[in-house]
Design a protein around this ligand. Structure first.
Ligand code: ADP
Length: 495
């Protein structure tokens, strides 16, 4: 069945990104928005838009009932959930199909299985997928848990089965700390996810986070689209990603791809999904979990494979057969993504919400900016503080890195601190350049003082702020210009 109208149950850059592919396919789009997002770009871009409630996401973007009602109102036949919000909510996916609509994503059963890290491991176990040593079930008994830890050896990681977003994880270095950390992990898991099941994994001390993109159709064909390297993280959350990984050999790539397809097969998967692995220093890989949605970092895969993942999601939802087989897919070139968050890398990466006083995107060959903001807009406090994803492509990794440096230097953002200076730091760091880095990159190499070297001259920032004001049409008295120049990125001023 060909879809003619899709509702995008999301906001910001991902809502726009989905609508762009829909529009190229000749499909009309419906936006939903909260009262805080009336002026948002995704609302302006869509063919129609429906307000679904007040700013807090619990009263708007998480209200499945209002979203389904918006479909009825507008005649949308399908819902694309983007990432976050309701994208991995099995109950919502079920309600959507019960309402006679199409959920652009996997089946509710796949979402449910993979939503629990323990159930995911149990499903994957049928296929002989390498797993991190640990407990196969939730731990309840402290002494039984301690004996597992003794067998696998400390340090261990206690994880919430329902966990996500890096929450509910605790590293335990020695047995004497175990009981207290377990209690903390359980109470964190209850408050964050409403499910206190926790389990144990061997803590891999120097891991890389490498994930495999998969696509499956509703007829049982599943392919992988190679890997994304996502080890540059803060708070167990990704900031810089790239494809392909600079350390995988073709043999390991193929083995990981096969394992990822098996994991997908284990839960009868269709749609786009990501199978996450950690890889140790000896390049042994272990299954972590599967994300049953489009990932933030999906563009790097699109750039190296030439596949538009959103279009594929839509085609799969329409019941089409995948148009390519595994052997048709190839890696061409190299892509890097820097996540531009409104956060202050000088201050523990804490969110720095405010108004985008200057916002000028980089341009030119090989640059893709997926964003949801324009100059003068405020970054709402209610949602994730990601401003944009800056993605560069090059024939080689060095080309993509040099292009990323140039793009970051061209990107002008003032009014809030961002992760851009940090990403610039990464692009120049020896460990990143050599590929010899792990998930501890930030704690091992980064101190805020180091950013100053990457800073641009203050004059350039002042000039950008002046241009921005002229663009806005308020030519302020000289005194105020000085004032405003002071409000340019404090990172730049500190050099
Ligand atoms: P979440 O669902 O909260 O994102 P994941 O299981 O995907 O949790 O893990 C997030 C990150 O935590 C990984 O990318 C990695 O940096 C770290 N991590 C997870 N498991 C381990 C482990 N067993 N050993 C070391 N680091 C780990």
């Amino acid at each position: 069945m060909k879809l003619s109208k899709i509702l995008v149950a999301n906001r910001g850059e991902i809502a726009l990104r989905v609508m762009r592919s829909a529009r190229e396919m000749g499909i009309a789009t419906v936006a939903v928005y909260s009262e805080a997002d009336r002026q948002a770009l995704h609302v302006r871009y869509a063919d129609e838009a429906v307000c679904i409630g007040p700013a807090p996401s619990g009263q708007s973007y998480l209200r499945g009932d209002k979203i389904i009602e918006a479909c009825r109102q507008t005649g949308a036949e399908a819902i694309h959930p983007g990432y976050g919000f309701l994208s991995e909510n099995a109950a919502f996916a079920r309600e959507v199909s019960q309402a006679g609509l199409i959920f652009i994503g996997p089946s509710p059963e796949s979402i449910q299985t993979m939503g629990s890290k323990l159930a995911a491991k149990a499903a994957a176990a049928q296929y002989n997928i390498p797993m991190v040593p640990g407990s196969a079930q939730a731990i309840t008994d402290v002494s039984a848990a301690k004996s597992i830890c003794r067998t696998i050896g400390y340090p261990v990681l206690i994880k919430a089965s329902a966990g996500g977003g890096g929450k509910g994880m605790r590293v335990v270095e020695r047995e004497s700390e175990f009981e207290e950390q377990m209690q903390r992990a359980v109470s964190e898991a209850v408050s964050a996810f409403g499910d206190g099941s926790v389990f144990i994994e061997k803590y891999i001390t120097s891991p890389k986070h490498i994930e495999i993109q998969v696509l499956g159709d509703q007829l049982g064909n599943i392919v992988h689209l190679f890997e994304r390297e996502c080890s540059i993280q803060r708070r167990h959350q990704k900031v810089v990603e790239e494809a392909p990984s600079s350390v995988l050999t073709p043999q390991i790539r193929e083995a990981m791809g096969r394992s990822a397809v098996d994991v997908a097969r284990a839960c009868g998967y269709y749609g786009a999904g990501t199978v996450e692995f950690i890889v140790d220093e000896g390049l042994n890989y272990y299954f972590l979990e599967m994300n049953t949605r489009l990932q933030v970092e999906h563009p790097v895969t699109e750039l190296i494979t030439g596949v538009d993942l959103v279009k594929e999601q839509i085609r799969i939802a329409q019941g089409e057969t995948l148009a390519f087989r595994q052997e048709d897919l190839q890696i061409r070139g190299h892509a890097i993504e820097s996540r531009v968050y409104a956060e202050d890398p000088q201050n523990g990466f804490l969110p720095d919400i405010g108004r985008l006083q200057t916002y000028i995107r980089p341009q030119g060959p090989g640059i893709r900016v997926d964003d949801g903001f324009e100059q003068g807009m405020d970054i709402p406090i209610y949602y994730d503080p990601m401003i944009a994803k800056l993605v560069t492509y090059g024939q080689t990794r060095t080309d993509a890195i040099n292009r990323m440096k140039r793009a970051i230097e061209e990107y002008q953002i003032t009014g809030v601190e961002t992760t851009l200076p940090f990403c610039h730091f990464v692009m120049q760091h020896e460990a990143f350049l050599s590929g010899q880095f792990d998930t501890h990159f930030v704690s091992r190499y980064f101190t805020p003082g180091l950013l100053q070297k990457a800073a641009e001259p203050l004059e350039a920032a002042i000039a950008a702020a002046l241009i921005a004001m002229l663009h806005e049409g308020h030519q302020k008295p000289e005194q105020e210009i000085t004032q405003s120049a002071r409000s340019v990125s404090r990172w730049r001023e500190r050099r």
